[in-house]
Design a protein around this ligand. Structure first.
Ligand code: ADP
Length: 474
């Protein structure tokens, strides 16, 4: 009660001049003061109740997925409490499993510096900064302190925010400590009264419940999204499997039909005793077709076996120190004649000091051979270059060509099984469409990566990055 109101009570009792009141006047005076403070308490309670109702309606009228809604809802509480700052913290566990809390919402009185963007108030570790708060609030008790009572850690955290008096109320949901709501007084070092604490605690209970409900809603939405994603993935996988099976049967049936067809022709000619009528050149051509189709069939089957092993992670990988110079010169001499076949020049840029590489020699050879053979196959009268870069942790092999290139729409799909940039039945290139799929799988098993950059008509670069040490076996 301020001095003016005391003076007016004294004046009403005729005691304005300094005089010693008699016992009756003194009792009257005390009764008036008591009635007046009762009125003030009622007024105060009323103001708080209005603030709580306003807070509730603000919470209910804002979308549930916006945590920012709480900023708006804290304002009536801050104004009713005459606080400088009101804030809401939510508990969570950090990436390392420690107990942490983060500021989610804030209201500030005019002229008070906001702390909502203070990075120190995000992911704040209870054990490092507020061990006592965690213990007190974990037991459902509030923290009430004047700045003169702050311990060292509190002074460090709260001092710079200009806090002179603080009231922090835990948010308890089903007996669990889920966060807190805090009231700062930066204007005077006075404690909050009993009514303030009672009504702010009631408001905190409601905020805690709304927060828990929103958290549950978020979890439900996330779980729904996960289920939907898993279902989509399962549908996609089933579709991919059907497409894959259809492609396999097509890839097996095409050469088999050719083999059967030409064999039948030759057999019929023989049965009709017309074999002599089929000229030698024609017979040779048919036999050659049978041979090519059989070889292709064998390649498809071998590739399929390789792929299924790689996909099931059943490839047994060796760990050996690879003599890179020998491996690269092997590869170059194996592919030189392939390059020449289509008028291509094969060159290499290999540094003198390659350093050591521990990996599976056969698999590294297989991947590079596939990349070099592709470059030779899809390039005409151009250049193929093998560029090796020895980096500290990795060795990079780039196979560059000036061939037909691949358009952007096909670029990632070429790593899918049986996918060829030219998928038309009239395609002019031989191949199973499995080479890159297998190579990428193997690369990843070796701890590396296979990347591509290409432009139609300008050529392609396939880069195979390999760690100098293989990953630890699973
Ligand atoms: P394929 O046996 O058909 O060569 P791959 O899996 O090795 O199968 O390659 C898949 C597809 O990627 C090829 O059919 C081709 O369309 C494209 N491709 C691969 N390498 C090159 C390259 N160097 N230049 C152009 N296209 C390429």
């Amino acid at each position: 009660m301020d001095l003016r109101r005391i003076q007016s009570h004294l004046a009403a009792l005729g005691l304005e001049r300094a005089q010693a009141p008699d016992a009756a006047a003194w009792r009257q005076f005390l009764a008036r003061v008591e009635a007046d403070s009762g009125d003030a308490a009622l007024l105060r309670r009323e103001r708080y109740l209005e603030a709580v109702v306003e807070m509730q309606s603000r919470l209910l009228s804002t979308p549930s997925d916006q945590l920012g809604a709480f900023n708006h809802a804290l304002a009536p509480l801050g104004e009713a409490a005459g606080a400088s700052r009101v804030y809401l913290f939510e508990n969570h566990s950090g990436a390392d499993g420690t107990r942490q809390t983060s500021q989610r919402a804030e209201w500030c009185a005019p002229g008070v510096t906001p702390e909502i963007d203070n990075p120190d108030l995000q992911g704040l570790s209870y054990d490092d900064f507020l061990p006592r708060w965690a213990a007190v609030m974990g037991a459902g008790q509030r923290v009430e302190k004047l700045h003169t009572e702050f311990d060292e850690l509190e002074r460090e955290l709260l001092g710079p925010q200009g806090i002179l008096s603080i009231l922090v109320i835990p948010l308890m949901v089903d007996g669990a400590f889920t966060g807190f709501i805090g009231f700062d007084n930066c204007a005077s070092a006075t404690r909050w009264g009993k009514i303030d604490v009672q009504l702010l605690s009631a408001a905190a209970t409601q905020i805690g419940l709304v927060l828990a409900q929103r958290r549950a809603q978020r979890r439900l939405q996330a779980a729904n999204a996960e289920v939907t994603e898993a279902r989509d993935r399962a549908v996609e996988a089933t579709q991919a499997k059907s497409v894959f099976l259809a492609k396999i049967s097509h890839e097996l049936r095409t050469p088999l039909n050719a083999i059967l067809g030409y064999t039948e022709l030759l057999l019929e000619a023989e049965e009709d005793d017309a074999i002599d009528l089929v000229d030698d050149a024609q017979r040779h051509l048919d036999l050659e077709r049978i041979y090519r189709s059989s070889r292709h069939l064998l390649n498809v089957i071998n590739d399929l076996l390789d792929l299924s092993r790689a996909e099931a992670d059943r490839v047994v990988l060796r760990r050996e120190v690879i003599d890179l110079d020998a491996l690269l010169s092997d590869l170059l001499s194996a592919t030189r004649h392939l390059a020449r076949r289509q008028g291509n020049t094969l060159t290499a840029a290999i540094p003198d000091a390659l350093g050591s590489l521990v990996s599976d020699r056969t698999r590294v050879h297989q991947i590079l051979l596939n990349l070099l053979s592709n470059a030779c196959k899809y390039t005409f009268d151009g250049t193929i270059r093998l560029v090796v870069r020895a980096l500290e942790e990795t060795v990079e092999f780039a196979v560059e060509d000036t061939g037909i290139g691949i358009d952007a729409a096909h670029l990632e799909r070429i790593f899918d099984a049986f996918t060829q940039a030219d998928d038309a039945p009239t395609r002019s290139f031989e191949g199973t469409g499995l080479g890159l799929t297998i190579s990428r799988h193997l690369c990843r098993l070796l701890g590396g990566e296979l990347l591509v950059a290409s432009a139609p008509g300008r050529g392609s670069t396939f880069t195979f990055v390999l760690p100098r040490q293989p990953p630890a076996p699973r």
